[in-house]
Ligand binder design. Structure first.
Ligand SMILES: [Zn+2]
Length: 323
């Protein structure tokens, strides 16, 4: 399951070991984010928001920073930036307090914010409960930090709220087929593929510019050029998992830019193909929730692009070796 941590300012935190984190600091706004709270029984828990239904990001999960105002809407400066009909720029605001008390507040929208079948201005959310905005349905869960999903014991006033097991959620949680895992972890894989590709193509360009280009570049210029390529690609790779309307496409844009430079400036017609194939695959994987077939297609394109880049690099390097 792709599980992400976003700062209230919208920046996703680039965490390799998301399960181990207790708090984190946003590199952009320097906010310190608590990711756990303690319930009445003294159990450490995380508040996790899952997108149960919606035009995009279905099945994605977000760790909710504790004690922060988390704004959702089509605007790009909130916690989650959504696309879809009937969503306002700033649509609703969520807050989970340090005791696990959770509130969702409508920000005076036309289409409203709904808990179960009630339109609310401001309402309490209980664990396992869903709320809707536009075509999206979100579910709040309190997860013990051991990873199990349990309703918090602190909620004694659940009253009439039905804590029915949500079948959709069960289905999302228990994906075990290889293709299902591929869909769920597509951001992780896309980032790994882009990172591998960045280093391979940088090596290729360094060797090409130094030894094969007409005229050949001085060694230090070739190294500087490849360092620029790898820096841009790695920097934009970090943005791929971004739940942001535009910034997540930075990785794709820099791949296309590289292909254009390869074609127009360096006449590297072959070398321009892998970044374009990779860009197509990554956009398929991250723009929408791809079905298993889409994920498999994207994965094959990614593997093809990375292998092609590797083979081209070897072809270029091997003749230069003194063997
Ligand atoms: Zn921030």
């Amino acid at each position: 399951m792709a599980i992400l941590i976003c700062c209230p300012c919208g920046l996703p935190l680039d965490c390799e070991n998301i399960d181990l984190l207790i708090d984190a600091t946003c590199p952009r706004c320097k906010r310190s984010l608590d990711l756990e709270f303690e319930d009445e029984a003294g159990t450490r828990r995380r508040a996790v928001l899952t997108i149960m239904d919606g035009p995009i990001w279905k099945g994605e999960q977000f760790v909710m920073p504790i004690g922060q105002q988390l704004t959702m809407g089509t605007g790009t400066d909130g916690w989650l930036s959504l696309e879809g009909e009937g969503i306002a720029e700033k649509h609703c605001r969520l807050r989970v307090s340090t005791g696990g008390y959770s509130v969702v507040e409508d920000l005076d929208t036309d289409t409203g914010t709904w808990i179960d079948n009630a339109r609310i201005a401001k309402g309490k959310l209980f664990p396992s409960q869903s709320f809707r905005i536009g075509d999206y349905r979100f579910r709040l869960d309190f997860r013990s930090t051991l990873g199990q999903n349990q309703p918090a014991v602190s909620v004694s006033d659940v009253g009439a709220v039905a804590l029915t097991q949500d079948k959709t959620f069960e289905r999302l949680r228990h994906v075990s087929s290889p293709l299902g895992i591929l869909v769920q972890r597509r951001f992780v894989y896309a980032r790994a593929a882009l990172t591998t590709f960045a280093w391979t193509t940088a090596a290729y360009h360094a060797v090409y510019l130094r030894y094969a280009a007409e005229p050949q570049w001085p060694g230090y210029w070739a190294v500087i050029a490849s360092a620029i390529i790898v820096t841009i690609l790695l920097a934009s790779t970090r943005l791929v998992a971004l739940v942001h309307r535009y910034a997540k496409y930075a990785g794709i844009a820099s791949l296309v830019l590289l292909a254009i430079v390869d074609l127009a400036k360096w006449q590297l017609h072959g070398a321009a193909i892998p970044p374009l194939v990779l860009a197509a695959a990554v956009s398929l994987a991250i723009t929408r929730t791809p079905g298993p077939a889409g994920a498999l297609g994207a994965a094959m394109l990614v593997v093809g692009a990375v292998i092609a880049m590797g083979v081209m690099t070897l072809n270029l390097v091997l003749p230069l070796l003194p063997i």
